[in-house]
Design a protein around this ligand. Structure first.
Ligand code: ZN
Length: 136
């Protein structure tokens, strides 16, 4: 792995699943002693996404329902490997996000969590992190 770039892995257990990865990201931030800067988070996958939002059981089921509804459409890519809805969901929600880190803490709203949206599981997924230090 390139110097500075960190990675951790997440395993999904369902085809469409919201997974809270906040604790895993914060654990790496503590281990690496990241203090003040910008943390870039990226999932190198075409059928998963990163979402920053509340992680509460009912809204998680709503996220899963929202992405599952894409499967009702007829998509051209389904003729290849039958997972176009997962690609479209990933393209719409995005594969990357960033956070401010202040005094060793991720700056998040009260209810905000970092959620990996599995859209074509179950699979093993990678989450990549790059921290860029700024002056405090
Ligand atoms: Zn595909």
């Amino acid at each position: 792995m390139k110097n500075g770039l960190k990675e951790f892995r997440v395993s999904s257990s369902k085809q469409i699943q919201a997974i809270d990865v906040t604790d895993g990201i914060e654990a790496i931030a503590r281990k690496e002693k990241w203090r003040d800067g910008v943390l870039f988070v990226f999932v190198p996958h075409c059928t998963a996404a990163l979402v920053v939002n509340e992680f509460e059981p009912r809204i998680c089921r709503d996220y899963e329902k929202y992405f599952a509804q894409l499967k009702k459409e007829k998509w051209e890519h389904d003729s290849i490997d039958d997972n176009a809805a997962a690609h479209v969901g990933s393209a719409a929600a995005g594969s990357e996000t960033f956070f401010f880190v202040k005094e060793g803490t991720l700056v998040l709203g009260t209810w905000q969590r970092i959620i990996l949206m599995e859209l074509d599981g179950p699979r093993d997924r990678r989450v990549l992190l790059e921290f860029v230090k700024t002056s405090a």
